[in-house]
Design a protein around this ligand. Structure first.
Ligand SMILES: Nc1ncnc2c1ncn2[C@@H]1O[C@H](COP(=O)(O)OP(=O)(O)OP(=O)(O)O)[C@@H](O)[C@H]1O
Length: 235
């Protein structure tokens, strides 16, 4: 099933386009990485795909329903988690559980299922022992992981992650890639992830969307596809 597609998309923040001729399709159950140097418009590409930015021209289509007719749930973990200063008042488990509210009202009472989903997500990212700590007291890598746990607690069909391994040590990065790879295989989760760690992630990836500089100054997308962990250009 086609989850999102971008056809001939052009976008820029100023007078000239920074992203040009973007043609991408994301299918259900794929693990796709978006890669490229700093400033190559990776975050911009995610925001266009999510509908947070509108293209100058071209079309962006997103599925709103799953194959079984239920609403398609999207979990988005942005790059900068600036709001978590030392005074951020929430406790870890409470924050992760708040992810489950996105499927209903903020004002409904917390169900047993919400609790179980939050607990499971926190265990999946390996931070169960920190459940009673204040978020503001955590390290950068730990904050990153609880944001991921919050997104997982939503039981998303599509997970959009912008550099989720920022601040994580090697063991945590490996654990995250392998967890995502497992969820893609077992639950038909679709993952689109901006990363600078292609070599570590590549055993789990189906495709890489690489942003390359054009002679005209903007950036274009080149897609490569996986074959037993080796990637070759899509022709
Ligand atoms: N709101 C904005 N207004 C104007 N320019 C912007 C805005 N957001 C991003 N840009 C510019 O657009 C370009 C692409 O930014 P973007 O954040 O998408 O890059 P990126 O590939 O994700 O970078 P990084 O790897 O450093 O996170 C950069 O030159 C950036 O300065």
């Amino acid at each position: 099933m086609l989850i999102a597609s971008m056809k001939n998309v052009v976008f820029g923040y100023g007078d000239s386009p920074s992203l040009e001729n973007v043609d991408i399709e994301i299918h259900s159950g794929e693990f796709v990485a978006v890669s490229g140097p700093n400033g190559a418009s990776k975050t911009t590409l995610l925001k266009l795909a999510l509908g947070l930015l509108q293209p100058w021209s071209g079309t962006v289509d997103r599925a709103s329903r799953r194959g079984d007719g239920k609403k398609l749930v999207v979990g988005y973990v942005p790059q900068q988690i600036a709001a978590f200063n030392s005074g951020f008042p929430s406790q870890v488990l409470e924050f992760v559980r708040s992810g489950t509210y996105t499927s209903g009202s903020w004002f409904r009472s917390v169900s047993r299922q919400d609790r179980e989903l939050a607990e499971q997500a926190l265990k999946q990212v390996g931070l169960w022992e920190l459940r009673n700590r204040k978020i503001g007291e955590l390290s950068g890598g730990q904050k990153q992981r609880i944001c991921l746990a919050r997104a997982l607690a939503q039981q998303p069909d599509l997970l959009v992650l912008d550099e989720p391994t920022n601040g994580m040590d090697a063991a945590s990065r490996e654990r995250l890639y392998s967890l995502l790879g497992e969820m893609v295989k077992e639950r038909q989760l679709t993952v689109v992830m901006v990363t600078h760690g292609l070599s570590e992630a590549s055993p789990y990836l189906d495709r890489i969307i690489e942003l390359e500089k054009k002679e005209t100054g903007g950036w274009k997308c080149c897609t490569t596809t996986s074959c037993n962990g080796h990637f070759s250009p899509v022709v």
